[in-house]
Design a binder for this molecule. Structure first.
Ligand SMILES: [Fe+2]
Length: 547
């Protein structure tokens, strides 16, 4: 009887251990280390077992101890560069006897030059307000895991701290940061996470002045750092060296690193956003990266010989809409709001040149931003300006409806992430769409379909609008199709403005028109895609040219 009771007790304990939940968020990967932020919902003892072969864990940490619901960061050190590691957690209730093993997870250490790898980018999760939908976001995260990226970046508007900016409490901020963690935990056990501040993080030099330390910026920074490991300068990362008051320490807000053939530079558009910190939403010349961050960014970009250079920020100049239109203005582009009067030296004496010019002169490949909630890809002076769509918009068009007119090219509806494949010869960028199961339509809309793709590098730069995003519209007719001469596009609905572009199979734009008539007699035979932008809607139709 005693024995049976003991069995029952052991079974009960093991059930409790199995029933408890944990999350692991990887961060700050280097060539020889990885940070694991581990959080259990019970008081636990655990070990991390790891090795370079799946299923074999010759290395073990000492027994670590953790209290319920308190994340603890632990660095795995002494790792080899350019190596995939496999690991698992062995855990038990504090004082328990037998261990339970987690599933096996894995990660890469920093790649050598010449190595091929994938990373992903998302922006504006907005799970804290009605724009972001939990189930939609989970699908997008699963899609990113399937890409097997070495790491992912989020470009902000993730925690939503600033919605009651002057009255929000530290406890409420804790909850906002804690709530996001279970989502990331679905994939970040094997995908290190980098965070880039958005405007809704509320970490800026306007709020930081309001009754410190009991203000939005100080408390939001503390809770962000508590739950999410971001880089601070060391032998592998450069970045912000400052140490802030009130226990904040290094704010881990801007940083750079090299991975394979690529340099990654993450900027913070908000912490120093207003020249004298007196503006909640600084405009024109009042918006700034701050001289320190600018000098660091410039030295980092100019000092790097990496083949590819990627820069990330929530948005150029912080608050307005659009990318290349704004990239010409103020601190980013040097011109006054009229776009004609160059006055950078007067407004930023001693700085030298505006941000876009630094990008151009130092060979930046792609600038990634969020903020506007749609996919758009523009080019300015050989630099791709990539607007990253939402990963969590179940309407698939929040940004298209609100902000498409702020962009000049390749605006697309859709929810999803950006996948970037870096290879020695080229960089391939894909817009990977996500769909809720109920919205999938065979042959028309499929989860993980590629909405747009382009390549940089030795292959001729190209933009490709893929056939699987073709969505026939009953109000748009192309006559004749196939065609060998003049194509007429009939739009059977009211509209204000329409533009049309024809893309060949390599994705090159071969024809553009502001009228619904396209002369194609000089185009070689073959299959093409007509991209029709009608007011704020873009649709793509396939056409054949036969002579
Ligand atoms: Fe946003």
């Amino acid at each position: 009887m005693k024995y049976a009771r003991k069995i029952l007790l052991l079974w009960g304990i093991s059930f409790l251990v199995n029933a408890q939940k944990f999350s692991v968020i990887l961060g700050r990967p280097t060539d020889k280390s990885m940070t694991l932020s581990v959080l259990f919902d019970q008081n636990i003892e655990y070990q991390i077992e790891y090795g370079t072969q799946s299923g074999s864990y010759p290395n073990k940490t000492s027994l670590l101890s953790e209290s319920a619901n308190i994340p603890k960061e632990f660095d795995l050190e002494g790792l080899s560069k350019n190596t995939r590691y496999f690991y698992r957690l062995q855990y038990r209730l504090k004082g328990g006897t037998s261990f339970t093993a987690s599933p096996e997870y894995n990660f890469m250490t920093a790649r050598d030059p010449g190595a091929s790898f994938v990373f992903t980018v998302e922006a504006d999760e907005h799970l804290y307000d009605k724009k972001g939908v939990d189930n939609m976001y989970r699908i997008c995260l699963e899609n990113q895991l399937k890409d097997k990226p070495d790491f992912m970046l989020s470009l902000g508007d993730t925690f939503g701290d600033d919605h009651n900016a002057t009255t929000i409490t530290s406890t409420e901020l804790k909850t906002l940061h804690a709530n996001y963690r279970p989502f990331l935990a679905n994939i970040c056990h094997s995908v290190p996470f980098y965070f880039c501040m958005g405007n809704h993080e509320g970490e800026n030099n306007y709020y930081i002045k309001q009754s410190p330390p009991n203000n939005l910026t100080v408390q939001a920074t503390l809770w962000r750092k508590y739950y999410y490991p971001n880089p601070s300068p060391n032998a592998f990362y450069s970045g912000n060296q400052e140490v802030e008051d009130y226990g904040v320490g290094n704010p881990e807000n801007y940083y750079a690193w090299t991975w394979g053939d690529a340099l990654f530079v993450v900027l913070d558009a908000y912490r120093y956003q207003s020249v004298d910190g007196s503006s909640e939403k600084p405009k024109s010349w009042d918006w700034t990266l701050g001289k320190k961050q600018y000098d660091w960014m410039r030295a980092t970009l100019e000092g790097s010989k990496a083949k590819y250079k990627f820069v990330f920020a929530h948005h150029i100049r912080g608050q307005d809409r659009g990318a290349i239109t704004n990239a010409k203005l103020y601190e980013w582009g040097g011109y006054e709001g009229d776009g004609k009067t160059y006055s950078f030296d007067k407004n930023r004496p001693g700085w030298g040149k505006p941000i876009h010019q630094v990008f151009k002169d130092s060979g930046v490949s792609i600038f990634f931003q969020g903020h506007d909630h749609l996919f758009a890809k523009e080019d300015l002076d050989g630099i791709a300006y990539q607007e990253v769509p939402m990963p969590s918009d179940s309407t698939y068009e929040i940004g298209m409806l609100a902000n498409a007119d702020a962009y000049t090219a390749n605006q697309l509806r859709g929810t999803g992430h950006i996948r970037v494949a870096v290879n020695p010869e080229s960089v391939k960028v894909d817009f990977v769409r996500a769909y809720l199961p109920a919205d999938v339509k065979i042959g028309v809309r499929q989860n993980q379909e590629i909405g747009f793709t382009y390549t940089l590098g030795k292959a001729a730069p190209s933009n490709v609008v893929l056939a699987n995003q073709l969505e026939p519209k009953e109000w748009l007719t192309i006559i004749p199709n196939p065609s060998n001469d003049l194509i007429r596009i009939q739009i059977n609905r009211n509209y204000q403005k329409a533009t049309f572009s024809v893309y060949n199979q390599l994705g090159a734009c071969v024809l553009k028109s502001d009228t619904p008539e396209l002369q194609v007699k000089n185009l070689p035979e073959g299959s093409y895609v007509i991209s029709a932008e009608i007011d704020q809607e873009i649709t793509h139709q396939k056409i054949l040219i036969k002579h």
